[in-house]
Design a protein around this ligand. Sequence first.
Ligand code: NAG
Ligand code: NAG
Ligand code: NAG
Ligand code: NAG
Ligand code: NAG
Ligand code: NAG
Ligand code: NAG
Ligand code: NAG
Ligand code: NAG
Length: 692
Amino acid sequence: MLIAHWATFLPLDSAFANAALFPQIPSVMSFTSTGTTDTFILDGNTRIIVDSEFGREGSPSAYDFAKTFHQDLLAVTSLVGLPSVELIRPGGPPVGKSSIHVVVDPTSMNFTLYNGKSTNEGYNLVIREDTIRIEARAPIGVWRGMTTLVQQAALAVAAGKKLVSLPLGQVSDAPGWEIRGFMLDAGRHWFDTKFLADLCAYASFFKINEMHLHASDNLWDPVWLYGDGNDNWKKLYAAFRFEPRSGSSLKGLVTRKNESWTRGDFLNMQESCAARGVTIVPEIDTPGHSLVITQWKPQLMELGTPDHLNLSHPETIPTIKAIWDEFLPWFTSLEVSIGADEYDANLANDYIAFVNEMSVFIQKQSGKSVRIWGTNEPSNTSSISTNITIQHWDFPGDDIPVQLMAKGYSIVNSEQAFLYLDGKASDGGQFPQELNQDLMWGGAPDGKGWSPNIFTTNDPSNNTGIDNPLLRGSIMALWNDWGNNATTALEIYYQLARSLAVFGEKTWAGSDARASGLTRGQFDSVYPLLNAAAPGQNLNRIVKPEHGNIVYSYQTVQNGFRTGVESVGPPYTLTFSVQVASLGPDTGVLFSGIDSKLHVSSLTFEATGQLYSLNYTLPNYLSTKVEIHATREYTYAIINDDVSSKRYWTTVMDVWGEYMQLGNMSFAAPAQVIGGEGFIGSIKDVSLVLGS
Ligand SMILES: *[C@@H]1O[C@H](CO)[C@@H](O)[C@H](O)[C@H]1NC(C)=O
Ligand SMILES: *[C@@H]1O[C@H](CO)[C@@H](O)[C@H](O)[C@H]1NC(C)=O
Ligand SMILES: *[C@@H]1O[C@H](CO)[C@@H](O)[C@H](O)[C@H]1NC(C)=O
Ligand SMILES: *[C@@H]1O[C@H](CO)[C@@H](O)[C@H](O)[C@H]1NC(C)=O
Ligand SMILES: *[C@@H]1O[C@H](CO)[C@@H](O)[C@H](O)[C@H]1NC(C)=O
Ligand SMILES: *[C@@H]1O[C@H](CO)[C@@H](O)[C@H](O)[C@H]1NC(C)=O
Ligand SMILES: *[C@@H]1O[C@H](CO)[C@@H](O)[C@H](O)[C@H]1NC(C)=O
Ligand SMILES: *[C@@H]1O[C@H](CO)[C@@H](O)[C@H](O)[C@H]1NC(C)=O
Ligand SMILES: *[C@@H]1O[C@H](CO)[C@@H](O)[C@H](O)[C@H]1NC(C)=O
């Protein structure tokens, strides 16, 4: 329904008349049409064939990627059939009609980034009437080409085409920048690895190649931390997400076992991200943002500043090294972030010595390179090694990237003025809910759109060229300054969804760097279609209604009835009548699903391990009609048809200990089980309908 609705606004049908591809996200570098109106037709008999010469090399290999591609094509087209992927020797018998031929050839193509360095992510798609040849010099390149084809197929389906067909010609495509990532603050907010793996899958559809996981941190409340002499810092939320092996001397570092990743969980997530071309770059943040370490070993703190480690204490650096020693073997990335932001500027020499020492240590232990956040640490006698990549975020307070590059530092652009988001709310509206589209499409000083070489809107001398060899790319960031209960995991996805897509375009193609780059209008029309089609996850929690908009409806249900629907994303309306029959305390749940639960007691929603009470008590033995309306912005209830009173589920966010900010909560529908967990009473006249 949604898809058809959008398609009517799109001039997609004209696309093939011009023998052009659909505009997609990110835009491809070039498409050269053969000029004919003939097409390649993808159907249930199309074979996916991987050239065996290099097809099995690498992890993932081209063959591995092809199997994911096969699933994705099935998911977006609902083609029946589509034979499983074959490995075939080059020069073997002709493969016959309608095939997609995947070829890795390390010696042939040499694609380059805007700065002239070569990239493995480039690829060609040679589209002929009988075959599409996906060719690249490395498996990751053919994967990017496969993603391009999956998007074309999804857009053809969205346009209502009966056949998925592609115009004949050649696509040549490569990214402008090496690093195109997103950072998620998983230190102040808990996320399970299933959710994170889903985010990787989603981001990879827009050719994003890194998920930077900020995996340790604490809430920041200056009164609790430094204020009152009552040792309140001991109680402030702090977390470290990697769970040490049993028997490890680091056991005391993870006190929140239910909010940490076991090695097995982490490795599975890392592998499933890699299977879609996304590298996890882990961050363990020291010597600032280290309350979780000082709660464990108070002797390591800087006196009076419990969230800072005292680098002069003889046990501090050995402790940090022991932490990296334990976890470095988990990580497959070639780089890790040691954080190193917001430390005392008057301890610059200690700080610089520490950062350099960690860089040498991590390199020696694991061969990995180190990144840090840009931090103002003025010293006349020492400097950070240029081996370290600096992730700039705060212009001009912490550093001036063009001046760092002039000194030989490699830079990743995470400038907050363009690229920061904060879960649900930011202090005084400093950051938007989603990346500011006006800035993204027109944020450079000349009014052109943003791209990774842009650090400021108003001073061209502080921006650099797209071809600067020291500019590695960009990472957008979502922080969770208000902790676990400010948002559900899915609300974080809602904030990221569109942002990741526009960021994918701007970091792959740039702004005005290529004639083929998307216009804002093209992006706006195509984004909803690609968001709905993105394979490998269902973060939208889309379900197929039974009929019309009705997901299900039951007049009577047994307690504990399982509906077969795990969860439904907003907007939806869940209506039911409930009669509580217990004389004792209100126990049990009315509804539960994979993302949320609705408890009888005070009509409390539970999501991502947190409780949100409506503070409404259902009367005993009387039937109450409850209607729950949810969008991505809020969830409210109407009780007994009293439409004059909408009761919103809310959260309270403690903003730096300065003021409390109320926020609405959006919950996915707890659609899977009706009644249970000790509920005594009856639930009837249940309906779950799409739309609020
Ligand atoms: C690819 O291009 C880069 C940059 O122009 C060059 O340094 C490199 O030697 C080339 N590699 C091959 C295999 O041609
Ligand atoms: C840091 O540790 C050293 C060595 O134990 C100690 O002398 C110093 O007072 C500590 N500094 C702070 C600020 O805690
Ligand atoms: C560095 O040197 C300059 C010029 O001599 C001086 O003004 C500044 O205070 C020095 N900074 C530090 C941190 O020593
Ligand atoms: C920089 O890295 C190189 C190569 O790993 C190493 O030989 C060198 O010692 C490093 N320099 C510093 C200052 O860390
Ligand atoms: C960049 O910005 C800073 C601070 O706004 C300014 O001092 C500097 O001169 C600017 N230009 C360059 C090339 O660094
Ligand atoms: C983990 O357990 C603590 C203590 O019981 C609880 O406060 C927290 O909400 C739990 N977290 C999750 C994600 O369930
Ligand atoms: C819940 O409702 C009761 C009764 O209306 C009221 O006294 C109480 O303050 C409310 N609590 C919250 C947390 O809103
Ligand atoms: C959420 O956490 C804050 C503290 O960070 C607390 O004040 C608030 O009561 C919590 N619960 C809800 C539902 O907002
Ligand atoms: C919750 O959403 C409703 C409907 O948009 C709005 O009127 C209300 O102000 C919101 N409440 C908060 C705390 O943002």
